[in-house]
Design a protein around this ligand. Structure first.
Ligand code: ZN
Length: 1010
């Protein structure tokens, strides 16, 4: 941070000029406005009209203008890995080489100034950029400045919308947009979001795009029935009101459906990957076709324009990995444009065709100044024909989906500790710590063939490899930061296999320390479970007080018992607590081993319970039959069991099979995995568990810890047997007596909630062809049902598909293994046989009143997504700083944040700059009893204990433009005007409205000694 910010600390009266355009280096950015100057500066900012359209081509106001958008769609991994696609290796898998595409496009753009091209995937573009000479970079900068090369979307990847968590979407967009901002400044900032391939579209994605400042959004895939109706009604373009809580127009996003997904019109594909013939305009040539082509094009343009409301229409000229020989495309497009426009003079044609871009097309739509209809729901599920619902990928590759979600958790811990410890996190006793590799790997994982589970197997392995490679420099960073903040250099060990009870240190050593870091802005109580050798242990808290602990022994498959040490930890907000564990004696009469069900219990109800919850199981079947919330005096019969759908391999009605993308059961009724479970009961002071074994490949532990207001179901499924050649899609189903009237609720990317109604779509008359698959929706964090009084909520630990196919029932698909390919390009059956075959996960079940349910599921979901990080060490490490005593407890906050506020991001942005996002995590009206849905006001000036904020700037959601000067195109909804309120930032009183996220760049000074 430069001198400007330091001056503030001595209460300088002079306010520096507002931040100007950014330079390309992180370190050389202009200083942020110091705190006292903020309100003045930002109040003075005028509400200017969105800029960025000055370079758009001229159109013909009295004609039909056809905007040709030359583009390539470059998947960040699918049939080939990211590197195989970039370099163009493995031609036998797919002919695709992104480096050649960019080389070729730049040359072709230089050959003719009227040509335009858009590029989208920054994961590829940034890699290519760094391999260019200064001279080439200068040329590209000029092309960008002139609008001839335009960036659309600008995320690291074009992310999936069904299996992604909003936090990870925001992170990946921030990474890509930051590259563009750093490299090209305002010229490179995308105005248009461009999700032409994701398989259905979430409402939250539109809300996030809107909050990032995009002027519009174009998509390619939507339900075939929806599309047909929209074409008839001229509703291909609309205003999407993407939040039920945010005040319009904050989450209003102009949204256009492209006419032909993202492909060129039939017969007009001029790529090496296509078979269409070139334009031949020499009438002497036997190959002459220009006249026919022009007539065909004019016919096509007029036909297409009938479904749109303005005298502008768009054609996407490109597709997957096209433009490797860009000259071929552009040469034919040049000719087409010349020939078609010549008809205006020759034959009085009213069609004008031009090179354009999505932003320039959008700009013309905006200038048309029409009133647009408003959409409130989303675009799920997606079907591209009868019996073809893309609802399988909501669950496909559940192990990868969990690894991705766990990596999100770890990345936030890594980011936070990098922010809290400052430079000591990056360079320290353990080497160079770095959050960037995991940040990039996580961004790649958001791609619509990555976390979606729709890539080839070898590519899925490569995604996992990238995550693993990202974890390592973060582990170094964590060690550096924890040593710095603790004041002692310990031999930190990470135990990534705790989910399968493996941790060499705790299993081999007789005494060790457990450092638990809590990434939430509130204190957390958490049950630590560590695999240990048998014995009695003494556990002490940070104040050396003895903590209650117990050892549970569970039989394992290798005939070797697993002993687990349990103790409850309490960790302050954004901080850590250090617990010490010592083995007292190897003999222990108190060890708790699960007891097989006693004979007499055949006549007794089996229960597990704590002070809030009681769960009952049938002694005949071993299945869950009832949940009681004793605190709220609610009792609900709930039957839970596992079933499987037999995957269709095609039938007389449709040849469609179930595959990586598509879910199609052969029969609508699933089969039970087992009608009963072998059970074992564990009861100690610290846990009560019922172990259920349904089959060789399906088991579950139903669990209650003291103080827990939810029931935890830890299921283990796989490898799913397919030796009978039957693909199987396994669900966990909860059946209750709740009268739910066909309605259920699912979250949108882990944030706002959408109402779902069986066999129904809010905006068109659905002809339901698949009563099961056609009612499946993405569940990122939760699904619930209610009768208006009682609510049953199930939280997931990763994205899954879910539904309510009968009143009172809800189901989640936990795993699937299929023997056929579903014909959507991946060309492989989803037959995971390696590390993805065996999957363990958790469902957290809440039984609550409707009035208090949101408080329960919002806070629990937050705790799941940002779970504490457990780090072990032997203890007795050397002092970090001889003058400072080591500490066993630390909080990065001076005081906890209120429960409505989620600390979404705390990360390093530059040498002395941090990125901070604060989010109101409740929706309007969601919590009426405890007031958690009310606006909250925070004082940012003295919030953090590890550093002092010396300057602050609020930005749009992806941090690529100051909020004060950001402006978006204005659109007129048919619901009436949406007045914009004036913008003001007072760091002493930052107010968050329900579901609002506010993003800040803060210049900081770290405190000495952490
Ligand atoms: Zn794609």
């Amino acid at each position: 941070m430069g001198t400007g910010a330091r001056a503030l600390l001595v209460r300088s009266r002079g306010c520096p000029r507002a931040a100007g355009p950014r330079t390309s280096s992180r370190g050389l950015r202009p200083p942020l406005p110091p705190l006292p100057c903020l309100s003045l500066l930002l109040l003075a900012a005028p509400g200017v009209r969105a800029a960025g359209y000055e370079t758009c081509p001229t159109v013909q106001p009295d004609m039909l203008n056809v905007h040709l958008v030359a583009h390539t769609h470059d998947d960040v991994g699918w049939l080939k890995t990211v590197d195989q696609y970039y370099y163009g290796t493995k031609v036998d898998y797919q002919h695709a080489g992104v480096q050649y595409i960019l080389d070729s496009v730049i040359s072709a753009l230089l050959a003719d100034p009227t040509r335009r091209f858009i590029y989208v995937e920054i994961a590829f573009f940034s890699r290519w950029w760094h391999q260019q000479t200064n001279a080439t970079q200068e040329i590209v900068r000029e092309l960008v400045r002139q609008g001839r090369l335009e960036f659309a979307n600008g995320g690291w990847v074009m992310n999936d919308e069904a299996a992604t968590h909003y936090g990870a979407i925001v992170d990946q967009m921030t990474l890509g947009l930051r590259f563009l901002e750093d490299t090209f400044g305002n010229d490179g900032r995308p105005r248009v979001a461009w999700h032409i391939d994701p398989f259905g579209h979430s409402r939250e994605q539109a809300s996030l795009f809107s909050q990032m400042g995009f002027d519009g959004f174009f998509l390619g895939r939507l339900d075939y029935q929806d599309k047909l109706e929209r074409k008839e009604m001229q509703e291909m373009e609309q205003l999407w009101r993407a939040s039920a809580s945010l005040r319009p127009p904050i989450a209003d996003l102009f949204t256009g459906v492209l006419p032909n997904m993202y492909n060129p019109p039939k017969h007009l594909c001029w790529d090496v990957l296509c078979v269409d013939g070139p334009v031949v305009e020499d009438p002497q040539s036997p190959e002459y076709n220009a006249k026919d082509l022009v007539n065909y094009f004019l016919h096509l343009a007029l036909l297409q324009s009938q479904h749109y409301r303005t005298n502008h229409t768009v054609m996407t000229m490109g597709s997957d990995f096209q433009y490797e020989n860009a000259n071929m495309w552009f040469k034919n497009l040049d000719k087409l444009i010349r020939l078609v426009n010549a008809q205006q003079q020759a034959n009085g044609s009213s069609v004008n065709v031009l090179y354009s871009t999505p932003a320039c097309y959008l700009w013309e739509l905006n200038k048309a100044n029409l009133t647009w209809s408003v959409k409130h729901d989303d675009f799920f599920p997606y079907a591209d024909g009868p019996h073809m619902f893309w609802t399988g990928y909501f669950t496909s590759r559940p192990a990868l989906k969990r690894y991705e979600r766990l990596s999100y958790n770890f990345l936030q811990v890594c980011n936070q500790l990098e922010a809290l410890a400052g430079p000591a996190a990056n360079v320290g006793p353990y080497g160079s710590g770095n959050s960037a590799p995991l940040n990039e790997a996580m961004a790649v994982l958001q791609h619509h063939d990555a976390v979606s589970g729709t890539s080839r197997q070898h590519v899925a392995y490569d995604y996992a490899r990238q995550l693993a490679a990202g974890w390592r420099p973060c582990e170094v960073l964590l060690s550096n930061a924890l040593a710095w903040l603790r004041g002692s250099k310990e031999d930190f060990t990470f135990c990534p296999n705790l989910n399968i009870s493996i941790c060499p240190l705790s299993q081999q050593v007789e005494s060790f320390q457990v450092t638990v870091y809590n990434p939430l802005a509130r204190k957390v109580d958490w049950m630590v479970r560590l695999p240990v050798r048998k014995g009695i242990f003494l556990v002490r808290d940070p104040n050396s007080r003895t903590v209650q602990s117990s050892v549970v022994v569970t039989p394992s498959t290798e005939k070797k018992d697993h002993s687990e040490l349990l103790f409850s930890v309490s960790v302050p907000a954004l901080g850590f607590s250090v617990y010490s564990v010592a083995l007292l004696t190897r003999r222990d009469p108190q060890v708790h081993t699960p007891k097989p069900r006693p004979k007499k219990s055949l006549f007794h109800i089996l229960t597990i319970e704590n002070e809030y919850i009681r769960a009952k199981f049938s002694p005949q079947t071993g299945l869950l039959v009832e949940i009681e919330n004793m605190e709220k005096n609610l009792l609900l019969p709930v039957q839970q069991a596992f079933f499987w759908y037999n995957a269709s391999v095609g039938d007389r009605i449709s040849s469609q099979v179930s595959g990586a993308y598509i879910f199609r059961p052969s029969r609508q009724q699933p089969l039970p995995v087992s009608r009963w479970a072998q059970i074992q009961l564990v009861k100690t002071a610290l846990v009560q568990e019922l172990h259920q074994n349904f089959s060789a490949w399906c088991s579950q532990v139903v669990r209650l810890y003291p103080g827990q207001r939810h029931l935890e179901l830890e299921w283990t499924v796989g490898p799913i047997p397919v030796g009978d050649s039957w693909g199987k899609e396994v669900i966990s189903r909860f059946d209750t007596s709740l009268e739910t009237d066909g309605v259920f609720y699912t979250d949108s990317n882990g944030r706002e909630i959408l109402e779902r109604r069986r066999d129904y779509r809010p905006t068109w008359n659905l002809n339901q062809t698949e009563p099961v698959a056609g009612n499946y929706y993405p569940v990122n964090t939760r699904i619930y049902i209610t009768d208006g009084k009682v609510q049953l909520t199930v939280l997931t630990d990763r994205s899954q598909g879910g539904s309510s196919l009968r009143d009172g029932s809800l189901e989640l698909m936990v795993h699937r293994r299929l023997v056929k390919d579903d014909g959507r390009g991946v060309g492989e059956p989803l037959l995971e046989s390696g590390s993805g075959a065996w999957v363990r996960g958790r469902h957290l079940v809440l039984l609550d009143t409707v009035q208090t349910a949101a408080a329960g599921h919002r806070l629990l979901a937050e705790k799941e997504v940002l779970a504490p990080q457990v780090v072990l060490s032997r203890g007795g490490g050397a002092l970090y700083n001889l003058r400072a005593a080591p500490r066993k407890q630390f909080s990065g906050l001076h005081r906890e944040l209120p429960p409505s506020v989620h600390l979404l991001t705390l990360a390093r942005w530059g040498p002395e700059m941090l990125l901070l996002r604060l989010e109101h995590q409740f929706a309007v009206g969601e919590d009426s009893l405890r007031n958690l849905s009310s606006p909250v006001t925070l004082d940012l000036r003295d919030m953090f204990s590890a550093f002092t904020i010396t300057g602050l700037q609020e930005t749009t959601l992806a941090a690529n433009q100051p909020r004060a000067t950001a402006s978006r195109l204005k659109w007129r909804p048919n619901t009436g005007p949406t007045p914009r309120s004036p913008y003001l930032l007072d760091p002493a009183a930052v107010t968050l409205q329900p579901m609002e996220i506010r993003t800040f760049l803060a210049s900081v000074q770290w405190n000495k000694n952490g």
